[in-house]
Design a protein around this ligand. Structure first.
Ligand SMILES: [Zn+2]
Length: 295
């Protein structure tokens, strides 16, 4: 395994755009520092709403070609972040976007939500055993905000981390590998409150402003273990978000999804360490996902 870079980061996301919104600065920073950054996206985001009117014909209730278009948006976003290793779980189109919770698309054959966790996890085990990441980033058990594909991404990533470490599980998928640290995407509540206060004062031109609880992963500050300062990568992050043009409208340090409600772009990104030991002194936050990890 001596041909692998010393630091290896794996991120598991539900749809193209989630990675740039949640982790764009983190990904750009580690890629720039020479770490191996691997993104696994579980669906093509076929059920997304389309913001630009000129592309509305791609929507699932019209031509249903949004998935292929979003493959291109993701590739453009990864170029902005300097990330070269991005993959779709099981290959592009293997799992379909399940739509929001409670819609009939949840139950469609091939929908990610409708896939047995262990079946999807085995595909990720193969990636984990070949990339051999020390760090995994994914969502909390609620997927940050209850979207079925985000919940499923959490379940699949968590199960795959467990199975990848078990030498008895599918040895033909590669030698067992234990991931040292697992993180969930988070936003500290006080940071979200301050950013929304700035947004309300800024009159940035959005028809409305999102509620704090619309932001995935907002929790009490006490749960935050790790803070990645992405200030130097803020432009790369917003450029990556702009690349997801069917899904995101960026206005300066703010953005809106298809609901037109303004939200802040967070360039410092926050995490909760849920497996492995913190590399920071007790009572302080880590400033590096690899803190304490041997390369
Ligand atoms: Zn998503």
């Amino acid at each position: 395994m001596t041909d692998l870079p010393g630091r290896r980061l794996l991120l598991v996301h539900a749809h193209p755009d989630d990675e740039s919104i949640n982790n764009g600065a983190t990904m750009a920073r580690y890629a720039a520092e020479g770490a191996q950054v691997t993104l696994v996206t579980c669906t093509l985001g076929e059920e997304g709403e389309v913001i630009p009117p000129a592309l509305a014909h791609l929507a699932p209730d019209r031509e249903d070609r949004l998935g292929d278009h979003r493959v291109g948006e993701l590739a453009a976003a990864m170029k902005e972040l300097g990330v070269t290793d991005h993959r779709f779980l099981g290959g592009p189109g293997r799992f379909r976007d399940s739509g929001m919770m409670g819609v009939e698309q949840n139950h469609r054959a091939g929908a990610f939500w409708n896939t047995p966790v262990d079946d999807a996890a085995a595909l990720l085990v193969e990636v984990i055993r070949s990339v051999r990441p020390q760090v995994l980033v994914t969502y909390d058990p609620d997927g940050g905000y209850g979207h079925p594909d985000h919940i499923q991404a959490h379940r699949v990533a968590t199960r795959a981390a467990e199975l990848a470490a078990d030498p008895a599980f599918r040895p033909e998928l590669g030698p067992a590998h234990e991931i040292a640290k697992i993180y969930w995407n988070r936003v500290p509540r006080t940071v979200a409150e301050a950013a929304f206060a700035r947004l309300r004062a800024a009159d940035a031109g959005f028809p409305g402003i999102a509620a704090i609880d619309d932001v995935p992963g907002v929790v009490d500050d006490a749960l935050i273990t790790t803070e990645i300062d992405g200030t130097d990568y803020a432009e790369r992050k917003t450029a990556a978000m702009r690349a997801h043009a069917t899904q995101i409208a960026v206005e300066g340090p703010y953005f809106a999804l298809s609901n037109d409600l303004g939200q802040p772009v967070f360039t410092t990104e926050y995490y909760e360490l849920v497996r492995g030991a913190s590399g920071a002194p007790a009572g302080t936050r880590e400033d590096d996902l690899f803190a304490g990890v041997e390369s």
